[in-house]
Design a binder for this molecule. Sequence first.
Ligand code: SF4
Length: 267
Amino acid sequence: MDDEPAENISGGASGGGAFAPFEPGDAHTRAEAVVDRLGELYWQKTYGGQQAFECLVRTVLSQNTSDKASQPAHDSLMARYGGGALAATLADADQAELAETISSAGLYNQKSETIIRLAQRVVDEYGGADGFDRFVKDEDPETVRGALLDMKGVGPKTADCVLLFSGGRDGVFPVDTHVHRIARRLGIAPPDADHEAVREHLERDVPAEKCGFGHTAMIQFGREYCTARNPACLDDPDACPMGDLCDQVGVYPEAGEVVDPSEGVDG
Ligand code: SF4
């Protein structure tokens, strides 16, 4: 079973993941029960194997936009600059031309600058995309995370996506805007937790092998059910398949109101 959309940040069915079934019903924490339920609703898989520099570029393109908008930008970039030494080609790319190529992703001036700068750094420090790929896949995850975070334009989510989708590291639960919102609404992370604190809670409470698809499936759940403005439970208490596991922090069906979970608790 693999119904993951191809335009997902993971690359979907062609993104290098593998079907990895698990036994549901053995959850030790509510966070694990939530991820088990996501596995029943969507896909169950492990990730890894993507070329690290391409994965880095894909994740930069996805920053502050939807996968639907960033995927065509990724495809255009690969059509124009791929096929050879990707990092070396992008390190020498004309910025205006790259910006035009990736325009569907939004913030294209800033993203084209970031991509060229990252390409130059990968060429300078790792000799190119292959050396960078070996570094991401072979080195200790904390070392890789530290090196990625040291690159301008790379934040925790981007670093974690590279560790997960390229490095295939278990126990990495990248936190994007969907995961940040949903984990706090459910009550499996504190209402005022920032992205890093949500990541720490999830990586502590979800078994390592379930973290990767917990991330991709929670994003899909955020698109289909627990959307930012109109979560499924707002109009119909039975509309959400996660209802029995959820604290609905910041969601008020009686008033028809939704606030950020950090504003949804007293004190
Ligand atoms: S019950 Fe509501 S708040 Fe909770 S996960 Fe479902 S849609 Fe989101």
